[in-house]
Design a protein. Structure first.
Length: 221
């Protein structure tokens, strides 16, 4: 069994980024929080800047929940990574606070559902109880499949842990797989499951429609 790396519980959440509204990270319009820190280092991971455990943005989970609950028109919160279960206590508090106000919760994890169920720490159990949809498993490069909804590789599975969503939502082929957003004070966020061609199209549209020229990131992991 894969060894799980559950960091000591900490009252603050270390996050990489937040997008107030996304339509490619789960059903409907959702706020997305990327946690900072992942121990798995999967080759080909699309979010390598989230691997470092150094503090990026430290925030009180309830304060972040208040920010998310004030966003109009969203039906839920998606937590991605980094590895949300490495900060299970703080992520659980965030999810609990938004669910109390009836937002749904979706979580992407590199841990498998089986491993999570075998992990008996209170924080991990509490987080699992807050989740409506779980997308599990590490990204495995030689199982990569761009046709999958909300997943990057075929080993990853979608688990409907509550009755909030009908699994038929997976048949909705109108759902986009990638979007780009310009959010003030942060670099361009390209989210979803982009292929290189998607990024070229986004770069072209940004240049033609907004005069924004994309440059390679100089940020190191
Ligand atoms: S578990 Fe997820 S965030 Fe972590 S390295 Fe693998 S794909 Fe990247």
């Amino acid at each position: 069994m894969t060894k799980l790396n559950h960091k000591k519980s900490c009252s603050l959440l270390n996050i990489h980024a937040v997008i107030p509204v996304s339509c490619v990270n789960g059903p409907g319009a959702r706020a997305v929080v990327w946690t900072q820190g992942c121990s798995q280092q999967c080759p080909g991971c699309s979010n390598p800047l989230t691997h470092s455990h150094n503090p990026k943005i430290l925030i009180d989970p309830e304060e972040l929940a208040r920010y998310i609950l004030a966003i109009p028109g969203i039906e839920g919160l998606t937590v991605s990574g980094g590895e949300p279960f490495e900060q299970a206590s703080a992520v659980s508090r965030l999810c609990h606070a938004v669910r109390k106000d009836s937002l749904s919760v979706m979580v992407f994890t590199g841990w498998t559902y089986e491993n999570i169920c075998q992990c008996h720490t209170r924080a991990v159990r509490n987080l699992l109880q807050q989740i409506d949809i779980l997308v599990d498993g590490p990204f495995i490069q030689n199982l990569a499949d761009k046709s999958l909804l909300w997943r990057g590789s075929r080993n990853q599975q979608i688990w409907f842990l509550t009755n909030r969503y009908d699994p038929d939502v997976l048949q909705d082929n109108t759902q986009s797989q990638v979007e780009g957003q310009l959010v003030s004070e942060v670099p361009l966020q390209i989210t979803g499951f982009p292929e290189e061609a998607d990024i070229v199209v986004l770069a072209h549209r940004l240049s033609v429609e907004s005069g924004v020229i994309l440059e390679p990131s100089s940020e190191n992991n």
